[in-house]
Design a protein around this ligand. Structure first.
Ligand code: NAD
Length: 250
């Protein structure tokens, strides 16, 4: 779930040639771009310079026609018989996702989930640095987690300016999440990743994405239910093929 905003930018001259004036991308395409990026990095690290659309689609776990359509939105069509230039495509996707700029992240709520997120190396390796941790519980304030000291939530306005925090992650109980979102917005944060199981109300210029693993499990439960009902049909119809893969959160 998200409210997506598309800014406009002229970009540098090389990039302006590589990517059409800021592309207006379907939400589903935006959600798949990080999957393509991850697959491209893996392929590049494996020594490949180019990749066919079928190869990249298989590595990203999507259908190749969908991948070609997604990449055509970036003005990237590959070369017949050669495929896509991996380094160029990485540059194009990183540009569109804005990953060529450092984005400071803060985390609010340093409980069970917050501890795990604060210690996750995967953010830094993908260009996001958690620069501050906040909690309202005085017994947690001052605790050091992976080199960062937990600060009281009251320090958020000052730290948000000092660290130019762009993205706030909420890992508080649902009952506190709206108040925390309001504090993040008041501190100038315009993108929020919400792990709390609730809907946040935010101004139109603020983007929110929600992560809820329970919802993903409920969707898988639906598919289990559907498969069981198919095999229970007379004649025992059963699903075949490669199965469906969707990235969590897409
Ligand atoms: N999205 C998911 O898939 C997923 C998975 C697990 C947990 N969750 C959710 O994540 C949230 C955190 O779960 P948890 O198990 O870590 O909970 P927790 O109780 O261990 O931690 C919550 C932390 O938030 C802090 N907090 C409470 N109010 C605050 C406020 N106003 N300002 C700052 N900090 C505040 C608490 O002091 C505590 O440290 C819950 O909403 C939970 O439902 C989501």
């Amino acid at each position: 779930m998200s409210q997506q905003r598309h800014g406009s930018t002229s970009g540098g001259s090389d990039r302006a040639n590589a990517v059409p004036a800021f592309p207006d991308l379907p939400e589903a395409t935006i959600a798949r771009l990080p999957e393509y990026l991850r697959a491209l990095h893996n392929l590049g690290e494996g020594g490949a310079d180019t990749i066919s659309s079928e190869g990249l689609a298989a590595a990203a776990g999507v259908n190749s026609a969908k991948l070609r359509k997604d990449l055509s939105h970036l003005g990237s069509y590959g070369t017949r018989g050669v495929g896509y230039d991996i380094a160029l495509l990485i540059e194009q996707i990183e540009y569109v996702l804005g990953l060529d700029q450092r984005r400071a992240v803060c985390l609010v709520g340093v409980g069970n989930l917050g501890h795990a997120l604060a210690g996750y190396d995967g953010f830094a390796s993908r260009g996001f640095k958690i620069v501050a941790l906040f909690d309202a519980d005085p017994s947690k304030v001052g605790e050091r987690i992976h080199g960062l000291i937990v600060r009281h939530i009251d320090e958020l306005p000052q730290v948000a300016v000092e660290e130019t925090i762009a993205i706030g992650v909420i890992a508080t109980p649902a009952g506190a999440a709206q108040a925390v979102a309001d504090e993040l917005v008041a501190a100038g944060v315009t993108s929020i990743l919400n792990f709390a199981p609730c809907v946040l109300s935010v101004p139109a210029n603020v983007d929110v994405r929600k992560v809820d693993l329970a919802i993903e499990l409920q969707i898988l439960s639906f598919h289990e239910h559907r498969k069981a009902s198919l095999t229970a049909l007379p004649g025992g119809r059963s699903a075949t093929g490669a199965g469906n893969q969707e990235a969590v959160g897409s």
